[in-house]
Structures are given as C-alpha cells and as structure tokens.
Design a binder for this molecule. Structure first.
Ligand code: DQA
Length: 150
C-alpha cells in the first residue's frame, strides 16, 4: 500500500488560531502542518497537506488521493454536517480514512452531532485539539504497516 497520506482540511480552518480560540485553541493551521510533517517523517509517510473553503477542491483532492494514496486524514469542518458529495467521494476510496475534529462536536450544538463523513470513516477523533491529527496519522501508519504484513 502507498505511504502517501493526504491530510485534508475544510472551510474556515485557514483561520485556525484566530477564530474562536476558546473552542479551537491558539495554534494555527501552519502549526498543524508543521507537527504533521515532523511526525510523517518519523513514520515514513509522504504527506500531502491541503486546506480549502471550496467543497469541489476537497472532492478533487479525495479523487487524487484515490489514485495515489494509502489513506486520508480529513477534518471536513462544516462540510462534515452537510456534504453528501464529500461522503460519496470518500466512499469511492478503498484505503483507511480517519475523521478528525479539533473540538468535541458532541458537546456542541445538535447540528454538529451528525456527520455524513462518519458513515465512511474507519475512525473518528473529536475533542483532542490539534493533537487529533497526529493520533490519526499514527493510526494510518499502523494500518498501512499491518496491510503490508498480510
Ligand atoms: C470542526 C467542527 C465543525 O463542526 C466546525 O464546523 C469546524 C471545525 C472541528 O475541527 O472541531 O469548522 O470540524
């Protein structure tokens, strides 16, 4: 299985660190990317890190991943709760997918309790802050390594 891993981030996550820091913390998306890159190196994963406010761009990256990657870590942000199109794109992928939310969506407004993406995700991490991304990458690396053994 490919060791390329996509880390995809949805709308408004470009404002991480500035936007509602009491909910999302003070670290920026650049901090997330830096931490993910350092860990990916350690885990011998090749990282493709992206953020977009546009649904179609996220779908296009999922299609790219489908052709080349061994897994996806995705924080679809608000698209989590609305996007059948992102779910359909993920359903077209055969590798492991981990959904990450910085905040604990289950402790928040009821409309955040439903996730289309969770219908496909192999695992979901919520409420662990930006550390959730690193935990998701560790899990993906483990799954990719396990797959290699079989
Ligand atoms: C989020 C949670 C979503 O409900 C929200 O729309 C976001 C970020 C999170 O990381 O906690 O933008 O995905």
């Amino acid at each position: 299985m490919s060791r390329i891993v996509f880390v995809l981030n949805g709308p408004n996550l470009n404002l991480l660190g500035k936007r509602q820091p009491h909910i999302y913390g003070h670290e920026t998306l650049a901090d997330v990317e830096r931490d993910c890159r350092a860990l990916a190196k350690e885990l011998k994963l090749e990282l493709r890190f992206h953020q977009s406010n546009r649904e179609y761009e996220i779908i296009d990256w999922i299609h790219e991943a489908r052709a080349a990657a061994g897994g996806i870590v995705i924080n679809p942000a608000a698209f989590t709760h609305t996007s059948v199109a992102i779910l359909d794109a993920l359903n077209a992928c055969e590798f492991p997918i981990i959904e990450v939310h910085i905040s604990n969506v289950h402790r928040r407004e009821p409309f955040r309790h439903h996730s289309y993406v969770s219908l496909r995700a192999d695992g979901v991490i919520a409420g662990l802050g930006i550390q959730g991304y690193e935990l998701a990458l560790r899990r993906l690396a483990w799954l990719i390594d396990e797959e290699k053994k079989t």
